[in-house]
Write a protein that binds this ligand. Sequence first.
Ligand code: ADP
Ligand code: MG
Length: 690
Amino acid sequence: MNTASTKLSLTSPIESVPGVGPQKGKVLRALGAPSVAHLVHYLPFRHEREEAEETIQKIVPGQNVAARGEITATRVAGRGRKGRFEAVLMDETGRLDLVWFNQAYLHKKIHPGMRLLVQGEARRRGPYIQIANAEWKALDEDLSEPSRRDARMRPVYHASEQMPSAEIARAIEAVLDDALPQIEDHLPEAFRTERDLPSLAEAYRMMHRPEDEREVSRARRRLAYDELLFLQLAILKQRVERSELAAPALPWTKQIDERIRARIPFELTSGQNEAVADIAKDLQLEHPANRLVQGDVGSGKTVVALYAMLMAVAGGKQAAMMAPTELLAEQHFDSISRLLEGSKVRVELLTASLPPADRERIESDITSGDVGIVIGTHALLTESVKFDDLAVAIIDEQHRFGVHQRIGLRGKAEGSSPHVLVMTATPIPRSLTQTIFGDLDISTIRGLPPGRGVIETQVRTPADRAEIDAALAERIAKGEQAYIVLPAIESGDRLRDVRSTLERLETGPLAGRRLAAVHGRLKRDTRRKIMEQFRLGKIDALVATTVIEVGVDVPNASLMVIEHADRFGLAQLHQLRGRVGRGANDALCILVAEPVTPDGAARIEAIASTTDGFELAEKDLMIRGPGDLAGVRQSGAPPMRVADLLRDVKLLALARRDAKDWLQRSPKLDKPEEALLSRRLSKAFRESGD
Ligand code: ADP
Ligand code: MG
C-alpha cells in the first residue's frame, strides 16, 4: 500500500517512515531513533556548505564552486603514494582540470566515463580552470539531483557503517513535513519573541533543512537555550525541594569542638578550618546540607570528613563514609580507627569482600545503632544495610561515583534526610562550578598542610630506562619508597605491565630490594597486608595498577614512576602524582611516555607544567571540552547536545536569569500551561545519569 496519504505522527514507529523498512528500521533503532519523534531529534553535528553548481564556462577563478560533468581522462604523475592524480572533467560548455596531491590511490576510484560532482576553489591554470583537491562525489544517475543544484547547507549526521549520513538525511527529509507541525513548544510565544528565539518546530526545520548559515545558528541558539534552561531549572528546583526536607539538626558546642579536635594529631590548616566552619554551620540546620568539599590532592580532606562524622556521633547519631575502592575504604578505616583508639565510638568497615558472617553481624549492629561510624564502598548501598539514625553521609572522591549512587546513600536515612558532604580532589573548574553544581554549596580547602616537600615532575621516554632505574635505586637506598604505576596487570606484549615490570626490577636494577605488586585481582587479605607493610616501610616499592590512584597516603613514598603516562587522563595523572610529596622529602614524579596522540601530548605537557589541581582542571577542560569533564557527567545533568558551557556563556547567563524568574513566579512548575515544560524537564533528567 502506498503510504503517501497516511500522515505520520510523532509516535509512529520508525519502520513506518517511507523508504525505511524493517531492516533500515533496525539500524535506525540502533542509532537511537525508534520513532518519528526521535528522528526529528536526531541532530546533525555539522553542516557542509554546498556551492551552487555552475556550467564550467561560467566558473570564475578565485571562488568556491561546484560543477558536474564526465571524466574524460586521468593520469598519475609522480611516484608512489606521494604521487598526484590528475583528471579532466568536461560538460557541454567546457573543460575543468582536477588535481589531487598525494592521493595517487584515486586512480583506483575515478575512471574515464564516470560522472562526477566536484566542489572546491577554482584557479586559473594556463588556458584552463583547475580545482586542486576537490571534494568529489560519483553521480549515480538514479539518486543524484536531476538538475544543477542551488547553494545550500547540507546537514551531516553521525552515521554508522550500515547507514551513511545521506541515508539518515533522506529518512529525516521523509518525515519533516508531517512531523514539524505536530511539534508543540514548551515556551510561550511572547517569551520566545522577547528573546528572539524561533519556535521549536522552526528550530528543527532549520537544523535539518537550513536555507543558510544564519538559520543554522538561529536553530542552534534555540536548542542550546532549551538545554541550558532545563539545566538551570533542574538545579534551582532541587535546591527548593531540598530546603523542604527535614534533617537532624546536630548540636555544636565549644566542648564538642574541643573533644573532636583532641582526636586529631595536628593543627588544622586555615583551609581546613574554613571548611570545618562551613560544615558545622550546615549540620546545625534542620535542612539537609549538600556540600562539595574540594581540595587538592593531599590537602587533608579526610580529617574534615572525620570532623563532620564525629559531630553526628556527638549528637547521638550515625555517620557513613563511602569510598570508590576497597583499598581506599580500608585505608580510611585503618587511619580513622587509629585516631579513635580508646574512644567509645565504634567504627566498622563494610565492603563487598567481607565474609558473609561478619557482614551480617556488622549490618545488624548498624541497624541497632551500636555502630557509630561506617566506612565502606558502594556495598553500603545494598538493601540490607539499614541505619538506625544516619545523620551525616560522606562520599569521598565523588567524581568516581555515579549520580544514582550518590543519591542512594542519601536515601539511607529513614524519615529524615542525612546531611551530605561530597569530597573531591578533582576540582570543578571555576568557570563551571555555579553552572553545574548550582545545587551544591562549595567549600574549597586551599593550600596544603605545612612541611610538605616539593614535587618535581620529569618527562622521560623508555630510552631513558637506565636513568629511571638509577633514580629508583637511589631513592630506595636513601630509605625512601617508590610507586611504579602501569596501565595493566598483564598485557601480552603490547605494553609494559605490572607482571613483567615486577620481574624485570626484581631480577635486575632492584634485586635484593623488597618489592610487591598491587592490583585489583589480589585477594583482600593479601592486599591489606601489602598496603600495611608498605605503610610501615617494610616494602620498598609497589608495582601497581591505578588501584592506588585515589587516597593512598604513605608520606615516606617520594618517587613515582608512571609508565605509558600518555594513556592516562589528566585528572588521573594528577591523582597518581598526589601519592608522593606527602612527607617532608622532596618528591619526584617521572612520566614515561611516547605520546602518540595530540591529546596525549597535551596532557603530558599540562601535567608537567604545574602541580596545582585547579589549574590542571582548567587545562583539562580546554583539552577535552566540557562534555567529557567528569564533573559535568557526574552532575546528573543530561548531556549537552547543542550547548557548549564554555562558548555559550551569554546564553547561559540568560537561561540562568530566566530560570530564576520563572521559579519565583511558579516554584513547582505546576500551572496548566507549564505541563509540557514540566514533563520534558523531568524526562530529560530521568533519562540521564548512569
Ligand atoms: P586528601 O585531601 O588527598 O584526602 P588526606 O586527608 O589523605 O588528603 O591527607 C593527606 C595527609 O596529610 C594525611 O597523612 C593526613 O594525616 C595529613 N594531614 C592532613 N591535615 C593535616 C594538617 N593540618 N597538618 C599536618 N598533616 C595533615
Ligand atoms: Mg582523600
